[in-house]
Design a protein around this ligand. Structure first.
Ligand code: ATP
Ligand code: MG
Length: 386
């Protein structure tokens, strides 16, 4: 019978919290597979999915590959842990590469043959059946693993499918992702979710300066992220009035800095109202004027009691793009619709603003009123995995 073996990776470092993490992860796995029929069991330290119907195997694997906290999986043949039965199964394996090795692991020490001897015996059986192949002990192209467990079963597999790794979704709490239509912020959301954070998102639009399509694009990006996080509450807030006011009253080179400080104030309010414990952005050091150390000092200083996570901070654009491609957001991100940050873009934005200068510019605005007005435009869209 074919089964899927699950490996949990970093979870094993979690000491006393281990059980909490583990049950969260198991819940997440079952949720992800809720449309499938299968049996899920823990047998002697191993989680195994079985009885799922061969035709659904690919689909199940694809779903498992999006679960954070799951390190790797293998499709294995489950057989009785009897030497003859194992030999019979191994004897019909066709090796597709030039060389191979058989590796035996025996949790059940009552199994009558030592691991080394049994591996040798199985190796020669495989060789008989694959006469053009050779045994390679140190760096085999195919590794046939025979895992003899205490439940009287043996599991034989020759492929390890790498999954997401990271920590179970929800194990680190919940955060607010500032989601623009660009390449970086969806990647930032994915990276933090992978470390266990559930994500809500906040998008600022500047209708009618930005189009309805710009908003649709952000909804589509959130939809793509739902492959991993299942559900995203997307808060959409109009930034038009704020931008018009800044444009009218502040020095143009401070436009972006002041905008970002107001974005952060609104983000913090939304976090408080929705019990979200951190703000996540797609900023990367030095990428643009608003992402210098001094600019980030000015934007962060308006946030009082929350950490700001910037997982892309040390990444090159190339590397961010690579992840965007992997998670399927890149093609949507490069659609050409204007982001609110490109409206009223100054020719020479300040690269090294100071908090003092920001406060001076802000003294020409009624910040509180602008924030409140913007908050009143808030629309919430719940997006779920399709
Ligand atoms: P991205 O590719 O994520 O848009 P970027 O390189 O274009 O990033 P900026 O436009 O300076 O950089 O934005 C920096 C970060 O600020 C973004 O990663 C995002 O987290 C947030 N942000 C920018 N614009 C918006 C917006 N319209 N709504 C919500 N958050 C935004
Ligand atoms: Mg952007």
């Amino acid at each position: 019978m074919k089964v899927i073996l699950l490996r949990f990776g970093e979870l094993y470092l979690k000491g006393n919290n281990r059980n909490v993490f583990e049950s969260l992860l198991i819940g997440n796995i079952k949720d992800k597979l809720k449309d499938e029929h299968f049996k899920f069991e823990k047998t002697f330290g191993r989680y195994v999915i079985s009885q799922y119907g061969k035709e659904r195997e690919k689909k199940i694997i694809e779903k498992l590959k999006t679960v954070f906290g799951l390190y790797s999986i293998s499709v294995a043949e489950e057989i009785e842990a009897q030497p003859e039965q194992i030999k019979a199964y191994v004897g019909q394996i066709k090796i597709k590469t030039e060389n191979f090795k058989v590796y035996v692991k025996r949790a059940d020490k009552k199994f009558p043959i030592s691991s080394m001897d049994f591996a040798k015996e199985l190796g020669s059986i495989v060789l008989e059946n694959n006469p053009n192949k050779s045994v390679e002990l140190y760096n085999p192209q195919t590794l046939i693993s025979v895992d003899i467990r205490l439940n009287g079963k043996a599991y034989v597999f020759d492929e390890i499918i790498k999954c997401q790794g990271g920590l179970p979704l929800g194990s680190a709490g919940k955060a607010l992702l500032l989601l623009s239509g660009g390449i970086d912020s969806p990647v930032a959301g994915y990276m933090m979710a992978k470390r266990g954070l559930k994500i809500e998102a906040l998008h600022f639009h500047s209708y009618p300066y930005t189009s309805e399509q710009a908003k649709e694009k952000v909804i589509e990006l959130a939809q793509k992220l739902c492959d991993y996080v299942d559900e995203i509450k997307l808060h959409v807030v109009s930034f038009t009035k704020v931008q018009e006011e800044i444009h009218m009253r502040c020095r143009s080179e401070f436009m972006i800095t002041i905008m970002r400080r107001i974005m952060m104030r609104i983000a913090e309010k939304i976090c408080v109202a929705n019990e979200l414990g951190a703000i996540v952005t797609g900023e990367s050091l030095g990428q643009v004027a608003s992402q210098t150390m001094q600019s980030m000092t000015c934007t962060a200083s308006v946030v009082k009691d929350l950490p700001i996570f910037r997982p892309c901070i040390a990444m090159d654009k190339e590397d961010i793009m690579e992840i965007a491609n992997l998670i399927g957001t890149y093609q949507t991100s490069i659609l050409p619709y204007e982001d609110c940050c490109t409206v009223f873009l100054p020719k020479n934005p300040v690269i090294k603003p100071t908090i003092e200068k920001c406060l001076k510019e802000e003294s020409y605005l009624n910040i509180e009123e602008l924030v409140d007005q913007a908050m009143q435009t808030e629309e919430v869209i719940t997006i779920r995995k399709k």
